[in-house]
Design a protein around this ligand. Structure first.
Ligand code: SF4
Length: 481
Protein backbone atom coordinates (compact mmCIF):
# COMPACT_ATOMS: atom_id res chain seq x y z
CA UNK A 1 0.00 0.00 0.00
CA UNK A 2 1.22 3.51 -0.78
CA UNK A 3 0.41 5.88 2.03
CA UNK A 4 0.78 9.64 2.13
CA UNK A 5 0.76 11.48 5.45
CA UNK A 6 -0.01 15.17 5.62
CA UNK A 7 0.46 17.33 8.66
CA UNK A 8 1.80 20.56 10.00
CA UNK A 9 4.64 20.17 12.48
CA UNK A 10 3.16 16.90 13.59
CA UNK A 11 5.56 14.14 14.46
CA UNK A 12 3.01 11.42 15.26
CA UNK A 13 2.92 10.03 11.70
CA UNK A 14 6.69 9.51 11.78
CA UNK A 15 6.18 6.58 14.16
CA UNK A 16 3.48 5.15 11.92
CA UNK A 17 5.64 5.59 8.83
CA UNK A 18 8.35 3.46 10.39
CA UNK A 19 5.86 0.73 11.33
CA UNK A 20 4.51 0.68 7.75
CA UNK A 21 7.92 0.70 6.10
CA UNK A 22 9.09 -2.19 8.28
CA UNK A 23 6.30 -4.27 6.70
CA UNK A 24 7.11 -3.21 3.14
CA UNK A 25 4.45 -0.55 2.68
CA UNK A 26 5.48 2.72 1.07
CA UNK A 27 4.98 5.72 3.30
CA UNK A 28 5.62 9.30 2.28
CA UNK A 29 5.09 12.47 4.21
CA UNK A 30 4.36 16.05 3.33
CA UNK A 31 5.04 18.00 6.46
CA UNK A 32 5.65 21.63 7.05
CA UNK A 33 7.27 23.31 9.99
CA UNK A 34 10.24 21.05 10.59
CA UNK A 35 12.97 23.50 9.63
CA UNK A 36 14.95 25.48 12.12
CA UNK A 37 13.58 23.79 15.19
CA UNK A 38 15.20 24.64 18.46
CA UNK A 39 12.62 25.27 21.15
CA UNK A 40 9.63 23.93 19.31
CA UNK A 41 8.13 23.64 15.90
CA UNK A 42 7.78 26.73 13.77
CA UNK A 43 4.23 27.87 13.40
CA UNK A 44 3.31 27.60 9.75
CA UNK A 45 -0.01 27.65 7.97
CA UNK A 46 -1.46 24.18 7.66
CA UNK A 47 -1.73 24.06 3.93
CA UNK A 48 0.74 21.66 2.41
CA UNK A 49 0.41 21.54 -1.37
CA UNK A 50 -0.96 18.21 -2.53
CA UNK A 51 -0.91 17.92 -6.29
CA UNK A 52 -3.00 15.33 -8.11
CA UNK A 53 0.06 14.49 -10.19
CA UNK A 54 2.03 13.73 -7.02
CA UNK A 55 -0.73 11.41 -5.79
CA UNK A 56 -0.86 9.62 -9.14
CA UNK A 57 2.92 9.38 -9.58
CA UNK A 58 3.31 7.88 -6.12
CA UNK A 59 0.31 5.58 -6.60
CA UNK A 60 -1.14 6.77 -3.31
CA UNK A 61 -3.97 4.53 -2.07
CA UNK A 62 -4.62 6.20 1.26
CA UNK A 63 -3.97 9.67 2.66
CA UNK A 64 -3.57 10.13 6.42
CA UNK A 65 -4.11 13.62 7.78
CA UNK A 66 -3.14 14.70 11.28
CA UNK A 67 -5.97 16.83 12.58
CA UNK A 68 -5.93 18.91 15.71
CA UNK A 69 -8.79 21.11 16.80
CA UNK A 70 -7.18 24.18 15.24
CA UNK A 71 -6.89 22.83 11.72
CA UNK A 72 -10.20 21.04 11.17
CA UNK A 73 -11.37 23.43 8.44
CA UNK A 74 -8.09 23.21 6.53
CA UNK A 75 -7.95 19.44 6.89
CA UNK A 76 -11.47 19.27 5.52
CA UNK A 77 -10.59 21.49 2.58
CA UNK A 78 -7.57 19.35 1.73
CA UNK A 79 -9.68 16.18 2.06
CA UNK A 80 -12.36 17.59 -0.24
CA UNK A 81 -9.78 18.59 -2.86
CA UNK A 82 -8.19 15.16 -2.84
CA UNK A 83 -11.47 13.27 -2.88
CA UNK A 84 -13.11 15.33 -5.61
CA UNK A 85 -10.30 14.64 -8.10
CA UNK A 86 -9.32 11.18 -6.83
CA UNK A 87 -12.44 9.40 -5.53
CA UNK A 88 -10.58 6.09 -5.31
CA UNK A 89 -8.13 7.38 -2.69
CA UNK A 90 -9.13 6.61 0.89
CA UNK A 91 -8.80 9.33 3.50
CA UNK A 92 -8.12 8.73 7.18
CA UNK A 93 -7.92 11.35 9.90
CA UNK A 94 -5.81 10.76 12.99
CA UNK A 95 -4.49 12.84 15.85
CA UNK A 96 -6.11 14.64 18.71
CA UNK A 97 -9.32 15.92 17.11
CA UNK A 98 -10.64 12.59 15.78
CA UNK A 99 -9.74 11.07 19.16
CA UNK A 100 -11.86 13.55 21.11
CA UNK A 101 -14.56 14.10 18.52
CA UNK A 102 -14.96 10.87 16.52
CA UNK A 103 -18.65 11.28 15.65
CA UNK A 104 -18.05 14.70 14.11
CA UNK A 105 -15.01 13.56 12.10
CA UNK A 106 -16.42 10.33 10.67
CA UNK A 107 -19.55 12.31 9.78
CA UNK A 108 -17.76 14.37 7.10
CA UNK A 109 -18.61 12.77 3.72
CA UNK A 110 -15.00 12.92 2.47
CA UNK A 111 -13.61 10.93 5.39
CA UNK A 112 -13.45 7.13 5.06
CA UNK A 113 -11.76 6.31 8.36
CA UNK A 114 -10.70 7.90 11.59
CA UNK A 115 -8.01 6.60 13.90
CA UNK A 116 -8.32 7.23 17.63
CA UNK A 117 -5.38 7.09 20.03
CA UNK A 118 -2.05 5.66 18.97
CA UNK A 119 -1.90 4.80 15.29
CA UNK A 120 1.07 2.53 14.58
CA UNK A 121 -0.59 -0.89 14.63
CA UNK A 122 -4.12 0.21 13.63
CA UNK A 123 -2.69 1.86 10.52
CA UNK A 124 -0.57 -1.17 9.72
CA UNK A 125 -3.61 -3.44 9.99
CA UNK A 126 -5.65 -1.06 7.86
CA UNK A 127 -3.04 -1.09 5.07
CA UNK A 128 -2.92 -4.88 5.20
CA UNK A 129 -6.73 -5.04 5.06
CA UNK A 130 -6.86 -2.68 2.08
CA UNK A 131 -4.20 -4.72 0.28
CA UNK A 132 -6.21 -7.89 0.93
CA UNK A 133 -9.37 -6.28 -0.39
CA UNK A 134 -7.54 -5.13 -3.51
CA UNK A 135 -5.72 -8.38 -4.20
CA UNK A 136 -8.17 -11.04 -3.00
CA UNK A 137 -11.39 -9.13 -3.52
CA UNK A 138 -12.15 -9.14 0.22
CA UNK A 139 -14.80 -6.80 1.47
CA UNK A 140 -15.05 -5.96 5.16
CA UNK A 141 -11.54 -6.53 6.49
CA UNK A 142 -11.14 -2.77 6.94
CA UNK A 143 -14.18 -2.46 9.19
CA UNK A 144 -13.03 -4.54 12.16
CA UNK A 145 -9.78 -2.87 13.20
CA UNK A 146 -9.45 -1.72 16.80
CA UNK A 147 -8.97 2.08 17.18
CA UNK A 148 -10.38 2.65 13.69
CA UNK A 149 -13.87 3.72 12.76
CA UNK A 150 -14.77 3.16 9.14
CA UNK A 151 -17.55 4.18 6.83
CA UNK A 152 -18.76 1.81 4.18
CA UNK A 153 -21.90 1.53 2.05
CA UNK A 154 -23.71 4.02 4.25
CA UNK A 155 -22.83 2.27 7.53
CA UNK A 156 -20.37 3.36 10.19
CA UNK A 157 -18.31 0.68 11.95
CA UNK A 158 -17.18 1.80 15.39
CA UNK A 159 -14.47 -0.43 16.75
CA UNK A 160 -13.24 -0.53 20.32
CA UNK A 161 -9.93 0.89 21.49
CA UNK A 162 -6.90 -1.35 21.91
CA UNK A 163 -4.33 -1.22 24.74
CA UNK A 164 -1.60 1.41 24.73
CA UNK A 165 1.26 0.44 22.46
CA UNK A 166 4.45 -1.03 23.90
CA UNK A 167 6.66 1.88 22.89
CA UNK A 168 9.74 -0.29 22.76
CA UNK A 169 8.28 -2.06 19.73
CA UNK A 170 8.01 1.11 17.63
CA UNK A 171 10.57 3.51 16.17
CA UNK A 172 10.62 7.05 14.82
CA UNK A 173 11.25 7.38 11.08
CA UNK A 174 13.99 9.96 10.52
CA UNK A 175 14.43 9.63 6.78
CA UNK A 176 14.50 12.88 4.79
CA UNK A 177 13.79 15.23 7.65
CA UNK A 178 15.77 17.73 9.61
CA UNK A 179 14.31 17.39 13.06
CA UNK A 180 16.09 17.85 16.35
CA UNK A 181 13.39 16.42 18.62
CA UNK A 182 13.40 13.11 20.44
CA UNK A 183 10.77 11.31 22.50
CA UNK A 184 12.06 9.28 25.42
CA UNK A 185 8.57 8.23 26.42
CA UNK A 186 4.87 8.96 26.11
CA UNK A 187 2.21 10.20 28.52
CA UNK A 188 2.26 12.38 31.60
CA UNK A 189 1.04 12.41 35.18
CA UNK A 190 -0.75 15.74 34.97
CA UNK A 191 -4.44 16.45 35.09
CA UNK A 192 -4.44 20.03 33.78
CA UNK A 193 -7.86 21.35 32.90
CA UNK A 194 -6.73 23.17 29.74
CA UNK A 195 -5.19 20.06 28.17
CA UNK A 196 -6.81 17.20 26.25
CA UNK A 197 -4.61 14.54 27.87
CA UNK A 198 -6.88 13.99 30.91
CA UNK A 199 -9.84 13.28 28.61
CA UNK A 200 -7.81 10.85 26.51
CA UNK A 201 -6.50 9.18 29.65
CA UNK A 202 -10.07 8.74 30.88
CA UNK A 203 -11.25 7.14 27.64
CA UNK A 204 -8.27 4.74 27.79
CA UNK A 205 -8.57 4.01 31.52
CA UNK A 206 -8.66 0.24 31.14
CA UNK A 207 -6.06 0.10 28.37
CA UNK A 208 -2.83 -0.07 30.34
CA UNK A 209 -0.36 2.51 31.52
CA UNK A 210 -0.50 5.94 29.90
CA UNK A 211 2.94 7.02 31.07
CA UNK A 212 5.65 4.90 29.47
CA UNK A 213 9.41 5.24 29.07
CA UNK A 214 11.55 3.83 26.29
CA UNK A 215 14.59 1.67 26.94
CA UNK A 216 17.55 3.92 27.61
CA UNK A 217 19.75 2.14 25.07
CA UNK A 218 17.20 2.79 22.32
CA UNK A 219 16.98 6.48 23.22
CA UNK A 220 20.75 6.98 23.21
CA UNK A 221 21.02 5.19 19.86
CA UNK A 222 18.25 7.30 18.41
CA UNK A 223 19.98 10.51 19.49
CA UNK A 224 23.16 9.32 17.74
CA UNK A 225 21.18 8.50 14.59
CA UNK A 226 19.31 11.78 14.76
CA UNK A 227 22.52 13.83 14.88
CA UNK A 228 23.93 11.80 12.02
CA UNK A 229 20.84 12.06 9.82
CA UNK A 230 20.37 15.79 10.51
CA UNK A 231 23.98 16.40 9.50
CA UNK A 232 23.53 14.27 6.39
CA UNK A 233 20.47 16.31 5.51
CA UNK A 234 22.32 19.62 5.99
CA UNK A 235 25.32 18.39 4.00
CA UNK A 236 23.07 17.32 1.14
CA UNK A 237 21.62 20.85 1.13
CA UNK A 238 25.15 22.28 1.14
CA UNK A 239 26.09 20.23 -1.93
CA UNK A 240 23.12 21.67 -3.79
CA UNK A 241 24.08 25.30 -3.21
CA UNK A 242 25.85 26.98 -6.11
CA UNK A 243 26.51 30.41 -4.71
CA UNK A 244 29.24 31.17 -2.20
CA UNK A 245 26.78 33.07 -0.03
CA UNK A 246 24.41 30.07 -0.02
CA UNK A 247 27.23 27.73 0.98
CA UNK A 248 28.35 30.11 3.74
CA UNK A 249 24.80 30.24 5.13
CA UNK A 250 24.57 26.46 5.17
CA UNK A 251 27.97 26.12 6.83
CA UNK A 252 26.80 28.48 9.54
CA UNK A 253 23.63 26.43 9.89
CA UNK A 254 25.70 23.24 10.26
CA UNK A 255 27.83 24.91 12.93
CA UNK A 256 24.72 26.19 14.72
CA UNK A 257 23.08 22.77 14.62
CA UNK A 258 26.13 21.02 16.01
CA UNK A 259 26.39 23.38 18.95
CA UNK A 260 22.67 23.43 19.71
CA UNK A 261 21.05 21.26 22.36
CA UNK A 262 18.96 18.18 21.67
CA UNK A 263 15.27 18.92 22.18
CA UNK A 264 13.59 16.28 24.33
CA UNK A 265 9.90 16.41 23.54
CA UNK A 266 8.33 14.46 26.43
CA UNK A 267 5.59 16.18 28.41
CA UNK A 268 6.96 15.07 31.81
CA UNK A 269 10.61 14.30 31.28
CA UNK A 270 11.50 14.23 34.99
CA UNK A 271 8.64 12.05 36.20
CA UNK A 272 10.49 8.72 36.27
CA UNK A 273 13.41 9.69 38.50
CA UNK A 274 15.44 6.47 38.30
CA UNK A 275 15.24 6.54 34.51
CA UNK A 276 16.25 10.22 34.54
CA UNK A 277 19.35 9.60 36.66
CA UNK A 278 20.49 6.80 34.36
CA UNK A 279 19.75 8.90 31.29
CA UNK A 280 21.80 11.86 32.48
CA UNK A 281 24.73 9.73 33.43
CA UNK A 282 24.68 8.08 29.98
CA UNK A 283 23.89 11.28 28.04
CA UNK A 284 26.82 13.09 29.66
CA UNK A 285 29.19 10.38 28.44
CA UNK A 286 27.99 10.60 24.83
CA UNK A 287 26.78 14.17 24.26
CA UNK A 288 27.99 16.29 27.17
CA UNK A 289 29.09 19.22 25.00
CA UNK A 290 25.77 19.40 23.19
CA UNK A 291 23.38 19.26 26.16
CA UNK A 292 19.61 19.23 25.89
CA UNK A 293 16.35 21.10 26.51
CA UNK A 294 13.44 19.35 28.19
CA UNK A 295 9.98 19.98 29.65
CA UNK A 296 9.01 19.02 33.17
CA UNK A 297 6.36 19.59 35.80
CA UNK A 298 7.37 21.78 38.72
CA UNK A 299 6.26 18.98 41.07
CA UNK A 300 9.11 16.81 39.78
CA UNK A 301 11.92 19.28 40.50
CA UNK A 302 13.92 18.13 43.53
CA UNK A 303 17.49 18.78 44.57
CA UNK A 304 18.56 15.36 43.28
CA UNK A 305 16.74 15.92 39.98
CA UNK A 306 18.47 19.28 39.49
CA UNK A 307 21.85 17.69 40.20
CA UNK A 308 21.11 15.01 37.65
CA UNK A 309 19.93 17.57 35.04
CA UNK A 310 23.18 19.42 35.58
CA UNK A 311 25.18 16.24 35.06
CA UNK A 312 23.49 15.71 31.68
CA UNK A 313 24.08 19.38 30.74
CA UNK A 314 20.43 20.38 30.62
CA UNK A 315 20.72 23.80 28.97
CA UNK A 316 17.14 24.89 29.51
CA UNK A 317 14.05 23.51 31.20
CA UNK A 318 10.49 24.32 30.19
CA UNK A 319 8.07 24.57 33.10
CA UNK A 320 4.34 25.16 32.84
CA UNK A 321 3.54 27.70 35.58
CA UNK A 322 0.46 28.95 33.71
CA UNK A 323 -0.83 31.27 36.46
CA UNK A 324 0.76 33.33 39.22
CA UNK A 325 -2.43 33.10 41.23
CA UNK A 326 -2.24 30.07 43.50
CA UNK A 327 -6.00 29.64 43.74
CA UNK A 328 -6.58 29.85 39.99
CA UNK A 329 -3.59 27.59 39.28
CA UNK A 330 -4.76 24.84 41.61
CA UNK A 331 -8.52 25.11 41.86
CA UNK A 332 -9.25 26.00 38.23
CA UNK A 333 -6.26 24.65 36.31
CA UNK A 334 -5.58 21.58 38.50
CA UNK A 335 -1.83 22.16 38.47
CA UNK A 336 -1.52 21.10 42.12
CA UNK A 337 1.60 23.13 42.82
CA UNK A 338 1.93 25.86 45.42
CA UNK A 339 3.63 29.25 45.09
CA UNK A 340 6.26 28.07 47.58
CA UNK A 341 7.05 24.99 45.48
CA UNK A 342 7.42 27.15 42.36
CA UNK A 343 9.81 29.60 44.03
CA UNK A 344 11.81 26.73 45.54
CA UNK A 345 12.13 24.86 42.22
CA UNK A 346 13.08 28.06 40.39
CA UNK A 347 15.75 28.88 42.95
CA UNK A 348 17.30 25.41 42.74
CA UNK A 349 17.41 25.65 38.95
CA UNK A 350 18.76 29.21 39.01
CA UNK A 351 21.48 28.21 41.49
CA UNK A 352 22.44 25.35 39.19
CA UNK A 353 22.61 27.75 36.24
CA UNK A 354 19.77 26.07 34.32
CA UNK A 355 17.60 28.71 32.58
CA UNK A 356 13.84 28.31 32.85
CA UNK A 357 11.47 28.85 29.98
CA UNK A 358 8.17 29.49 31.74
CA UNK A 359 4.84 28.78 30.10
CA UNK A 360 2.05 31.19 31.02
CA UNK A 361 -1.51 31.75 29.95
CA UNK A 362 -3.51 34.93 30.20
CA UNK A 363 -7.09 35.73 29.36
CA UNK A 364 -8.32 32.49 30.91
CA UNK A 365 -12.03 32.04 31.64
CA UNK A 366 -12.94 34.05 34.72
CA UNK A 367 -9.36 35.28 35.24
CA UNK A 368 -9.24 38.81 36.61
CA UNK A 369 -6.64 41.39 35.53
CA UNK A 370 -5.23 41.28 39.08
CA UNK A 371 -4.68 37.53 38.74
CA UNK A 372 -2.95 38.06 35.38
CA UNK A 373 -0.69 40.71 36.92
CA UNK A 374 0.27 38.17 39.57
CA UNK A 375 1.51 35.94 36.75
CA UNK A 376 3.69 38.74 35.40
CA UNK A 377 5.00 39.43 38.89
CA UNK A 378 5.79 35.77 39.50
CA UNK A 379 7.52 35.49 36.14
CA UNK A 380 9.78 38.42 37.04
CA UNK A 381 10.49 36.94 40.45
CA UNK A 382 11.35 33.43 39.30
CA UNK A 383 13.54 34.99 36.61
CA UNK A 384 12.28 32.88 33.74
CA UNK A 385 12.17 33.55 30.03
CA UNK A 386 8.41 33.65 29.72
CA UNK A 387 6.33 32.35 26.87
CA UNK A 388 2.85 33.75 27.18
CA UNK A 389 -0.18 32.34 25.43
CA UNK A 390 -3.67 33.72 25.14
CA UNK A 391 -5.89 31.03 26.60
CA UNK A 392 -8.20 29.12 24.28
CA UNK A 393 -10.36 26.43 25.83
CA UNK A 394 -10.08 23.22 23.85
CA UNK A 395 -12.99 20.87 23.27
CA UNK A 396 -13.52 18.15 25.90
CA UNK A 397 -11.38 19.93 28.49
CA UNK A 398 -12.50 21.04 31.93
CA UNK A 399 -11.48 24.58 30.97
CA UNK A 400 -14.11 24.42 28.24
CA UNK A 401 -16.71 23.22 30.78
CA UNK A 402 -15.73 26.15 32.99
CA UNK A 403 -16.02 28.65 30.12
CA UNK A 404 -19.49 27.27 29.36
CA UNK A 405 -20.43 27.48 33.05
CA UNK A 406 -19.41 31.16 33.05
CA UNK A 407 -21.49 31.78 29.94
CA UNK A 408 -18.44 32.66 27.81
CA UNK A 409 -19.05 29.87 25.30
CA UNK A 410 -22.46 28.41 24.44
CA UNK A 411 -22.96 24.74 25.38
CA UNK A 412 -23.63 23.88 21.72
CA UNK A 413 -20.30 25.33 20.53
CA UNK A 414 -18.80 23.95 17.34
CA UNK A 415 -15.97 21.61 18.23
CA UNK A 416 -13.40 23.12 15.91
CA UNK A 417 -11.32 25.47 18.07
CA UNK A 418 -10.56 27.95 15.32
CA UNK A 419 -14.23 28.95 15.37
CA UNK A 420 -14.13 29.25 19.17
CA UNK A 421 -11.05 31.41 18.86
CA UNK A 422 -12.64 33.65 16.25
CA UNK A 423 -16.10 33.90 17.75
CA UNK A 424 -15.60 34.10 21.50
CA UNK A 425 -13.28 35.88 23.86
CA UNK A 426 -12.67 34.93 27.45
CA UNK A 427 -11.82 38.51 28.41
CA UNK A 428 -14.61 41.01 29.19
CA UNK A 429 -14.49 44.08 26.94
CA UNK A 430 -13.90 46.47 29.86
CA UNK A 431 -10.62 44.79 30.83
CA UNK A 432 -9.28 43.91 27.38
CA UNK A 433 -6.88 46.88 27.31
CA UNK A 434 -5.28 45.95 30.61
CA UNK A 435 -4.88 42.35 29.48
CA UNK A 436 -3.17 43.67 26.36
CA UNK A 437 -0.74 45.66 28.52
CA UNK A 438 0.04 42.61 30.64
CA UNK A 439 0.60 40.60 27.49
CA UNK A 440 2.98 43.25 26.15
CA UNK A 441 4.87 43.39 29.44
CA UNK A 442 5.30 39.61 29.27
CA UNK A 443 6.66 40.01 25.76
CA UNK A 444 9.24 42.56 26.93
CA UNK A 445 10.13 40.24 29.77
CA UNK A 446 10.83 37.46 27.27
CA UNK A 447 13.62 39.43 25.61
CA UNK A 448 17.20 38.25 26.12
CA UNK A 449 18.44 38.38 29.70
CA UNK A 450 20.87 41.23 29.05
CA UNK A 451 17.98 43.55 28.21
CA UNK A 452 15.90 42.53 31.18
CA UNK A 453 15.46 44.51 34.29
CA UNK A 454 12.44 43.52 36.26
CA UNK A 455 11.95 46.92 37.94
CA UNK A 456 12.09 48.67 34.56
CA UNK A 457 9.56 46.29 33.09
CA UNK A 458 7.23 46.75 36.02
CA UNK A 459 7.71 50.55 36.12
CA UNK A 460 6.98 50.73 32.46
CA UNK A 461 3.91 48.59 32.96
CA UNK A 462 2.66 50.81 35.81
CA UNK A 463 3.33 53.95 33.77
CA UNK A 464 1.37 52.65 30.84
CA UNK A 465 -1.49 51.65 33.11
CA UNK A 466 -1.52 55.07 34.78
CA UNK A 467 -1.18 56.98 31.55
CA UNK A 468 -4.10 55.15 30.15
CA UNK A 469 -6.05 55.72 33.37
CA UNK A 470 -7.09 52.14 33.71
CA UNK A 471 -6.51 49.45 36.23
CA UNK A 472 -5.02 51.55 39.08
CA UNK A 473 -7.43 50.13 41.60
CA UNK A 474 -6.86 46.60 40.41
CA UNK A 475 -3.11 47.00 40.72
CA UNK A 476 -2.84 49.01 43.91
CA UNK A 477 -2.04 46.11 46.23
CA UNK A 478 0.36 44.28 43.96
CA UNK A 479 3.90 45.20 44.89
CA UNK A 480 7.01 43.85 43.32
CA UNK A 481 9.29 42.25 45.88
S1 SF4 B 1 1.32 17.91 32.34
FE1 SF4 B 1 1.28 18.67 30.22
S2 SF4 B 1 0.52 16.96 28.99
FE2 SF4 B 1 0.05 16.48 31.13
S3 SF4 B 1 -2.04 17.20 31.47
FE3 SF4 B 1 -0.68 18.89 32.07
S4 SF4 B 1 -0.42 20.13 30.20
FE4 SF4 B 1 -1.28 18.14 29.58
Amino acid sequence: MNVLFIGSSSVGPRWIMDALKSKCHNAHGIFTGYEGISLGENAVPFFPPVKDKYLKDKGVGIVGITVDSLNVENALLISKNIKSNNPGIKIIWGGIHPSISPEECIGYPEIDYICMGEGEYPMLELCEALDKIKINGGHNEDTVIKNIWSKKDGSIFKNELRDYVDINTVEFDRSNIYYNGIFTGRGCAGNCTFCCSPYLKKTMESKGRYFRKRELKKVINEIKNMIKSNNQYLLSQLMRKDSLAGKARLLLEIYKYNTSPVRIKDDSFCLDKEWLYEFNSSFSKHFKRRGYICSARVNDITEKVVKSLKEGNCRMIILGFESGDEHYRNKILNKYVSDAEIYKAAKMLRDAGIPILGQWMIGMPGETPAQAVKSLKMSLEVGDIPQVHIATPFPKTKMMDYAIELGLIPPDYKLSVSSIYQDYTMVPAESSSIFRLIYNAFKINSQPLALKNKETIFDRFYNEVNNKKIGEILLKDIQIS
